[in-house]
Design a protein around this ligand. Sequence first.
Ligand code: ZN
Length: 436
Amino acid sequence: MAAVSTTAQDEAVEICRDLVRIDSVNRGNGDGNERAAAEYVAAKLAEVGLEPTLLESAPGRTSVITRIEGSDPQRPPLLIHGHLDVVPADPADWRVHPFSGEIVDGSLWGRGAVDMKDMDAMTLAVVRDLLRSGRRPPRDLVLAFVADEEAGGTLGARWLVDNHPQLFADCTEAISEVGGFSYTVSDDLRLYLIETAQKGIAWMKLTVTGRAGHGSMTSDDNAVTALCEAIVRLGRHRFPIVLTPTVRTFLDSVGEALGIEVDADDLETTIAKLGPIARMIGATIRNTANPTQLNAGEKVNVVPGEATAHVDGRFLPGQEEEFLRQIDELIGPAVRRDWVVFDQALETGFDGPLVDAMAGALKAEDPAARAVPYMLSGGTDAKSFSRLGIRCFGFSPLLLPPDLDFAGMFHGVDERVPVESLRFGVRVLDRFLAAS
Ligand SMILES: [Zn+2]
């Protein structure tokens, strides 16, 4: 098979730059606009003979879907999905303007550079190269560039799955963001973290009602006090450690790679040795519940009749019921709990031909590569696509410099991706597709 061209590698950088320059900020609550980015993507696909479909869930909330015929029509298609929206960025905080797509110090800077216009661009570049050179992937590919991931996908992936499931109906596997990036152990060993699991989302609103009254009088039924007691119990609680198969395999692999003993009784110490990814991995050994918003009262001398709080809860695969039981026990019967967002946790095995294709493609481009499974503490559009029975992986391959705080790039200030990482990603994706 002919290798991917240098043109494709150049193109990934150009496309990523173009996409960063297109403002597709998603402020949540329906305030976003992906149309310009979607039209740009559709034009890039049309240029190589594809006939992409643009679908709008609401004005400006555009997603692009296309299908590429593989050489074996008997095989089920592979889905590659990427979101087109980005979170806001305040130029005042940045070293370069977040929508400039400037290349400084060998990196392409801007909002979306790693989340996830990089993967959108790499996918486009690889597919364009494939079609231009007359090659065919072994199986059909479904490409989905979608709106609204940063607000939970209600107007993007979730909407597509609910309203146009036939577009994905026969897809069995998918790749997308937050996986496939390197973690350097030494010059001759780099772990590439493939996402095979992600925590569930349980965003909740807690409400306590009490007796409203004058702030000067005794108040034994104060909603603010009762809510705060519940919030303190929840926020201070350390949920028990539960290792799912993904996290167990990950910790064993890391322990072996670093030559450290993984102490089951003191996992925090082991995880702390992981440096920049410690915060992300640390959240995958237990359920978590972080209080994030408080609201009550309007005036200092009025006891309000109601107090509310929002809590960002995340639960491990298989822990949904246990988590709810723990939460309810902590907040107590006087607190009402309502879901703001509730979405499933995911976990799939680190095995099978597709995993072999990922590991093989990485190894071919980086002899020091060792692919390992890991769990994402956040959530992605994979939650929506997995409702269709699709096995979802995070695989957006990047060879990263060892000192880059990659986890901090996501939604962070000075988000950037090394140009060489993009070029590497194109080469790996091309090999992966050929072997998939
Ligand atoms: Zn993302």
